[in-house]
Ligand binder design. Structure first.
Ligand SMILES: C[S@@+](CC[C@H](N)C(=O)[O-])C[C@H]1O[C@@H](n2cnc3c(N)ncnc32)[C@H](O)[C@@H]1O
Length: 171
């Protein structure tokens, strides 16, 4: 098992809670780990951060570079069908983190650019005793067929798309 994320801070946190895992900072568009895996996963809508066609193709090439015949690829993406054609889009979402060591609430303001097929989120965190913290994210919305075509083009076969509640929600 080897895990990759773009942000130093996320890798540092993951190492602190899962010290036995092999983790490294890397960009899904360019990282090359020098080996293949039986299973390649891209969870948490990470692929939706690939905003351009070039970024998407590069990310698919990264999946392919780490696959061999028989490798199972699992990609979790924000679903354009839910946001553009269904009821997935909400302008405001309230969130809460409530763990034994940390509590926070958040309010997300979302906007949809239908022409660009992008979703933009500004989220404000409220943490007791601290100043508000704001984060910003921008996501590309792909239809399942587009994701399937992208991955087929990168050499993967036999795709199956499943839509779940969590894959349709950018909180
Ligand atoms: C919603 S988080 C999901 C984290 C984790 N994969 C999970 O499922 O819990 C999305 C992650 O994608 C990462 N990310 C965004 N762009 C990336 C890139 N170009 N390469 C690698 N990771 C990226 C972010 O740093 C963030 O940690």
């Amino acid at each position: 098992m080897l895990g990759v994320d773009f942000l130093d801070s996320n890798i540092a946190y993951a190492r602190s809670v899962r010290p036995r895992l092999a983790l490294q900072v890397g960009d899904m568009r360019t990282v090359r780990l020098g080996r293949t895996f039986d299973v390649v996963t891209c969870f948490g809508n990470a692929v939706s951060y690939a905003l351009t066609d070039t970024d998407l193709a590069a990310t698919a090439a990264t999946f392919a570079a780490h696959a061999h015949p028989g490798t199972l690829l699992i990609v979790d993406a924000l679903n354009a069908r839910s946001y553009l054609d269904g009821a997935g889009f909400q302008e405001r979402i309230e969130g809460r983190v409530d763990t034994p060591g940390f509590q926070a609430t958040s309010v997300s303001a979302l906007s949809l650019d239908r022409a660009d097929r992008t979703l933009k989120r500004t989220r404000v965190w409220h943490i007791a005793g601290q100043a508000e913290v704001e984060d910003y994210a921008e996501y590309r919305l792909l239809y399942p067929e587009e994701l399937s075509t992208l991955l087929t083009g990168a050499g993967f076969a036999g795709s199956a798309c499943t839509t779940t509640a969590s894959s349709g929600t950018a909180t």
